[in-house]
Design a binder for this molecule. Structure first.
Ligand code: NDP
Ligand SMILES: N[C@@H](CC=O)C(=O)O
Length: 442
């Protein structure tokens, strides 16, 4: 027995932390870790000591002690004095291998990498489980907003039926600016990158890949079913125009890029999972309509809890670092006290419903010939495909008219076939825009 123990003084314990990546998120993680080192020690019961930071370019001026920087992430992960690895690099390789190596050598992992998790959570979680280690990823969905842990833990006793959210800050920032001030798409995207919201390749944001990865993560947790990015139907915002936003406003709606994850009962009475991402018309009275800028919000509908809404900053270095550090504290506490946190519990294994079978509603804006019988012919095309029309609005031009049609719900396939059929008719000069509606209840 040491003299400290016999004298009642508890020896100071330390946990070694390796941070991979020092960009928008990593630099805030490192800054907050060092600024609040004593607070972290009090919360964890051990000092969190930064052993090293992996980057690509060690020569760039970063405002951190240079001796902490390394471009050899694999060697940093392998160090014996590292207990927890924080991955904020992004992409698939080399980080997938680095995380597997970390878990295989007894290190818990915290990651913000939704692109990786959307396809590899199964593989990574299996290694973490086998080694009794934590794999935490709260920051991977909706930045600072706690939504992974509430779904995984707080709602574990309820039956979640629907999760719908604005989960990409960059596209919400762009759509909000276009709607409010008619701001230019390209300039607003550049501003989102400058503010640290956009991915290293912003195509992931504007084409909906980032939101689809988050939808896969949310659907997997909510429905206890493995859903990967390729199971998620995806459409981005690149075709949305200022005119679409103005036209949506005329209908008392706005347009938001939504991630929608639903438990759907099919015609045979069996349950399936639908996961999809697309720009949707959202009525102004809907809680998601008021979520603007880089803010995110996730609405969860559960059988016993009813409707819950989680709202906050969905992107940016500092908000995301908050979620990363929350996970780091949890993983560190488990290192101190033993054991590991709960994981996804993927036991239901519900089949995936394709977008074609999924009931949706369409908003269509088209330019048609302004002559007798055209409205009836348009209505007939909808009827031919078993699609019921909810509202029609026509505004006349000189020899043409703009027709806005909103449908009732129908299988998405029937709706898209109706659009294709309309496009082939000579009285339809152009289908100007096709946007789905949030809500499948009508
Ligand atoms: N930004 C945000 O709002 C959010 C981001 N995320 C996720 O967090 C992660 C990081 O995002 P973000 O900080 O914006 O990304 P950045 O592009 O700003 O930073 C990436 C960092 O990783 C380093 N890096 C790249 N490749 C390697 C490598 N092979 N080995 C070691 N280091 C490497 C880069 O080094 P160097 O500096 O030398 O180039 C850089 O420091 C991503 O998975 C992202 O999807 C999640 C939620 C929100
Ligand atoms: N690029 C992402 C960052 C957070 O996940 C976004 O814009 O939401």
């Amino acid at each position: 027995m040491s003299s400290e123990q016999t004298s009642g003084v508890v020896p100071e314990r330390a946990l070694g932390i390796a941070v991979l990546g020092l960009g928008n998120v990593g630099s805030e993680v490192v800054r907050l870790l060092s600024a609040h080192a004593d607070d972290f020690q009090a919360r964890v019961g051990a000092r969190l000591e930064l052993r090293g930071i992996a980057v690509r370019n060690v020569n760039a001026n970063r405002g951190v002690p240079v001796e902490l920087l390394t471009d050899d992430a694999a060697a940093l992960v392998a160090r014996d004095d590292v207990d927890i690895v924080v991955e904020v690099v992004g992409g698939i390789e080399p980080v997938r291998t680095l995380i597997l190596n970390a878990l295989s050598s007894g290190k818990s992992v915290v990651t913000a990498n939704k692109a990786l998790l959307a396809d590899y959570t199964g593989e990574l979680a299996a290694v973490a489980d086998a080694a009794d280690l934590d794999l935490y990823f709260e920051a991977a969905v909706a930045g600072a907003i706690p939504v992974v842990r509430p779904l995984m833990q707080s709602l574990a006793g309820d039956r979640v039926d629907r999760v719908v959210g604005i989960v990409n800050g960059t596209t919400n920032f762009i759509l909000s600016a276009m709607g409010d001030t008619g701001a230019d798409y390209g300039e607003t995207l550049a501003e989102a990158s400058r503010l640290g919201y956009a991915e290293a390749d912003p195509t992931a944001d504007v084409e909906g890949y980032d939101a689809a990865a988050k939808a896969a993560i949310l659907a997997s947790i909510a429905f206890h079913t493995r859903v990967t990015a390729s199971d998620v139907f995806r459409e981005g915002i690149t075709k949305i125009t200022a005119e679409d936003l103005a036209s949506a406003a005329d209908l008392d709606c706005t347009i938001k890029l939504l991630a929608i994850c639903e438990r759907v009962t099919d015609d045979s009475g069996a349950e399936r999972v639908s996961a999809r991402v697309y720009p949707a018309l959202v009525p102004l009275e809907h809680p998601l309509a008021a979520v603007n800028g880089a803010f995110n919000a996730v609405v969860v509908e559960a059988e016993a809890a009813g409707r819950l809404m989680f709202y906050g900053q969905g992107a940016g270095g500092s908000p995301t670092a908050s979620a990363v550090l929350g996970d780091l504290v949890s993983a560190a506490r488990n290192k101190v006290h033993g054991g590991k946190g709960p994981d996804e519990s993927i036991y239901a294994k519900l089949p995936i419903m394709s977008i074609g079978e999924t009931p949706t509603r369409y908003y269509l804006r088209m330019e048609v010939a302004d002559r007798t019988g055209v409205l009836a012919a348009v209505a007939q095309e909808f009827a031919n495909h078993g699609v019921s029309i909810s509202t029609v609005r026509q505004t006349g031009l000189e020899n043409a008219a703009t027709l806005v049609v909103v449908t009732h719900r129908a299988p998405d396939d029937a709706l898209s076939k109706t659009v294709a059929a309309l496009q082939s008719r000579d009285f339809v000069h152009a289908v100007l825009s096709v946007i789905r509606l949030e809500g499948t209840s009508e």
